[in-house]
Ligand binder design. Sequence first.
Ligand SMILES: *Cc1c(COP(=O)(O)O)cnc(C)c1O
Length: 375
Amino acid sequence: MNPIKMVDLHNQYAKIKNEIDSEILKVIDSTAFINGPSVKDFQTHLEQYLKVKHVIPCGNGTDALQCAMMALGLQRGDEVITTSFTFIATAEVIALLGLTPVVVDVLPDTFCIDPEKIRQAITPKTKAIVPVHLFGQCANMEEILKIAKEFQLYVIEDNAQAIGADYTFKDGSQKKSGTMGNIGCTSFFPSKNLGCYGDGGAIFTNDDSLAEMLRCIVNHGMKVRYYHDYIGVNSRLDSIQAAVLNIKLKHLDEYNAARQKAAQYYNQRLSSCSKVITPVVAPFTNHVFHQYTLKIIDADRNQLQNYLQSKDIPAMIYYPVALHQQKAYQDPRYHEGDFPVSEMLGKCVLSLPMHTELEHEQQDFIVDAILDFLK
Ligand SMILES: *Cc1c(COP(=O)(O)O)cnc(C)c1O
């Protein structure tokens, strides 16, 4: 059996090595390292894949979120509603821009933001909602878009973990995750479902004027070289990363299907164990399993993690500490116990190895160890 890794990028690379190596060498040979043809190609291919009018490539997923908030003209003091159970980047950029993060709890089954709680958190200062499509499934966008319309709020989707997921609306129509709100943001960090070989990110929108603004903002706020219409940032996807992404995008559906198959096998093998709750998928979305996350009940989650570690099985806690409990985000508005679901999840979640190259033999070894510990 091959050693078990949380994410196995090496074996994935081995299968596309020839194509990747030759495309990277082409970029080096061309010396068009910034804004070369591969960036434009990738932008077009991703627009087609997502069926979205505009893709604006940028430096990483955190910048994507920051630029989105800058493009919407959010001002110091404006309130932005987001979830207490996410990777810190979501809230980080809200705070960095001097906006006020307003935290709401998640649903205990899907771990995504609770629309009812969003409604309760709205004040006259609220300007935007940032739902996170956590671990690979979409938040309840139909409800979120309804609330946004009612209160005239912007919606920025944090799609860093769910690229390729499909959302089905009540009328049967479907959209790709990240293309439903005013702006969608994603990350191409190597371990994401569509990962490059360094940092990368992108912003999506169907709004022409927002797209024009975003293209300026990611490039020092300039439309015409050396004429700066806005205060921007330097956040570009480099040509080598775009070349890698052009190849990997062709495999994205196949990669997501491999993750789904691995998840199904975990589900099947763990279904008989009363001490774990396997991932729950909401009816309006599919799940592309950026993470395969269990809830461990009536057992010591930390001891289980240590036990797996002793057998060279990596397992991670995403996320151990909710936003309002983070040292840097202490806020007199929030106290221990205010977001009980996030706090509870921090104590009981455990993510198992999940990637495109998992073998049944490895999954059996992982599950046998879990069942052995929990018996
Ligand atoms: C990875 C991630 C980000 C940030 O992406 P980077 O490319 O690492 O900056 C933002 N939000 C979520 C939910 C993420 O998982």
